[in-house]
Design a protein around this ligand. Structure first.
Ligand code: HEM
Length: 497
């Protein structure tokens, strides 16, 4: 009875049971962050199921809490903002430089990789290595020929399709092959499959599934020992397979170290000396995370861009005009052309605005100490999220937010933004790669890959509606936010090869 009475007492607080438990314990008279109470004990777990970004945006409007809303996921206190100013306050604060603990991430060794390493010396070392060696402009430009090679393979494969086809399978395989080449130095043919790529695809798919799931044990610790969703069990099955796969490649690289001229991520990490030197286990974790982070995001974004091009043939025609002017039809697009394709870049930005691959910025942040956000007290250990999807669709932030209008990034009309507008994290009205200390380290590489491949696919083909399937912009939120119904299209070649 006493337990029930306490559960209802905690639940009565704004934000639900986890917040109630905290405020009740410390007996503070602080101004409380508004938000849904959810259910006793469970809080608002239901908000995180399916399209969490949409449900959270609707709840923020309902509770008049767009600037800051509190809610509970079981015993986890969460705050979330749909406001760019408050988003900046959270993401750029050193207090929110940590990530909340996620059992599946630890189970998959990601606590030794950049994304889930706790804030501290080890994480800072990894970030420095990433910035100076893996994602520096020299490393990105040294892999240009590789993106070109895979881009041409995509073009050849797509050219074989006479009628409707699903472009997602090609994009996902191309993106995985790109990361495998970049990270492990392995080149695979897009048109043919072999046992190594199939094995890797299965490992990556299983990892996505595990990381993308809302794990009840993360928020209801008394459930943890039961492993009801079998997440711990599946992680323990997956990790030895991943270790075997990655360690075999690391050992092969070590054996050939002296004779190699190429520099993939394995070579770079194995060559580190002194304080930067990583154990083989840590190298495997960092590399494995790169495959995860870099594959899905790029493929998902390109599918959204192509869907928008099919839906808006007038805008596609403007991209074609620009490509004809900058490149001409006599030769393929080159990466150096991209800087002159201003309208194409505006299209990429507009798709990032309406369909950010991480609508809740992928992975949340956690407060390292007690702090204040937007004038409210926020205790240590609170999880903080930014609803980028809600910000980019807010009519108080963007004019005609639902309209697909790339011109907003290139013209001087009312409602347009500064022509120099950057999506790299300094302006929180559109920051699909996050911002602050934990911003995406792969953003320059991701954008270079997406812009070049989309430019190539549009330069080579006109993308037209399928005869049988409409373009459906419904979403599904897994690790990234994808089209719920894969894009089915037809293409007409534009260039003599
Ligand atoms: C279109 C492509 C991409 C998008 C939209 C994207 C988006 C994001 C977002 C939103 C975050 C969280 C940032 C934050 O908390 O502020 C993130 C983190 C991260 N991304 Fe990306 N990303 C992309 C491509 C890549 C690529 C190509 C790589 C590497 C190959 C990569 C590696 C990472 C890593 C390692 C982190 C964790 C950073 C940390 O916690 O310190 N991403 N990304």
């Amino acid at each position: 009875m006493a337990w029930l009475a306490m559960a209802f007492c905690f639940w009565a607080y704004p934000g639900g049971p986890a917040w109630g438990k905290y405020w009740f314990k410390i007996g503070s008279k602080a101004k409380l962050v508004p938000g849904p109470r959810g259910f006793p004990v469970l809080g608002s777990m239901n908000l995180m199921a399916n399209l969490a970004h949409q449900k959270l945006a609707a709840a923020a409007i309902l509770f008049n809490a767009k600037r800051l809303m509190a809610f509970s996921l079981g015993e986890t206190r969460v705050i979330i903002t749909c406001n760019p100013v408050v988003a900046k306050e959270i993401l750029n604060s050193s207090v929110f430089a940590d990530r909340p603990v996620k059992e599946s991430a630890y189970g998959l060794m990601f606590n030794r990789a950049i994304g889930f390493a706790p804030y501290g010396v080890y994480w800072r070392t990894l970030r420095r290595i990433a910035a100076t060696h893996l994602f520096c402009p020299k490393q990105i430009s040294s892999t240009e020929s590789q993106r070109k090679d895979i881009g041409s393979q995509m073009v050849s494969l797509i050219a074989c399709h006479r009628g409707d086809f699903r472009v997602r399978d090609i994009l996902k395989r191309a993106s995985l092959n790109n990361m495998m080449w970049l990270v492990f130095g392995r080149r695979y043919e897009l048109g043919s499959s072999n046992s190594e790529t199939e094995q890797l695809r299965a490992l990556v798919e299983e990892g996505y599934e595990l990381l993308g799931k809302l794990n009840w044990s993360d928020h209801l610790p008394w459930l943890a020992s039961f492993d009801l969703q079998k997440i711990r069990f599946r992680c323990s099955q997956l990790v030895p397979k991943v270790n075997h796969f990655v360690n075999r490649i690391i050992q092969e690289h070590k054996a050939q170290l002296n004779g190699r001229t190429r520099q993939d991520f394995v070579d770079v990490l194995l060559s580190l000396q002194g304080l930067d030197k990583l154990s083989d286990q840590d190298v495997a974790a960092v590399l494995w995370e790169m495959i995860f982070r870099g594959t899905d995001t790029v493929a998902v974004l390109i599918e959204w861009i192509l869907a928008r091009m099919v839906l808006h043939p007038d805008i596609q025609a403007k991209v074609h005009n620009e490509l004809d002017g900058v490149v001409g039809r006599s030769r393929p697009l080159m990466e150096s052309d991209i800087q002159s394709t201003v309208y194409l870049q505006a299209v990429v930005k507009e798709v990032l605005r309406l369909h950010p691959p991480g609508p809740l910025l992928s992975w949340a942040r956690m407060a390292i100490t007690d702090t204040t956000v937007d004038g409210y007290e926020v205790p240590e250990g609170t999880t903080a999220m930014v609803n980028m999807w809600a910000i980019t669709r807010d009519p108080e932030v963007w004019m005609d937010p639902i309209k697909f209008w790339p011109e907003r990034f290139v013209c001087k009309d009312a409602g347009a933004v500064d022509m120099e507008f950057t999506v790299l994290g300094s302006d929180l009205r559109l920051a699909p790669f996050g911002s602050g200390r934990r911003t995406c380290p792969g953003k320059a590489l991701g954008l270079a890959t997406v812009s070049f491949w989309v430019g190539t696919l549009l330069h080579e083909f006109e993308w037209v509606k399928s005869d049988h399937n409409l373009v459906d912009l419904s979403e599904i939120l897994r690790l990234s936010c994808e089209m719920a119904n894969p894009l089915s299209v037809k293409v007409d070649p534009r260039r003599e090869s």
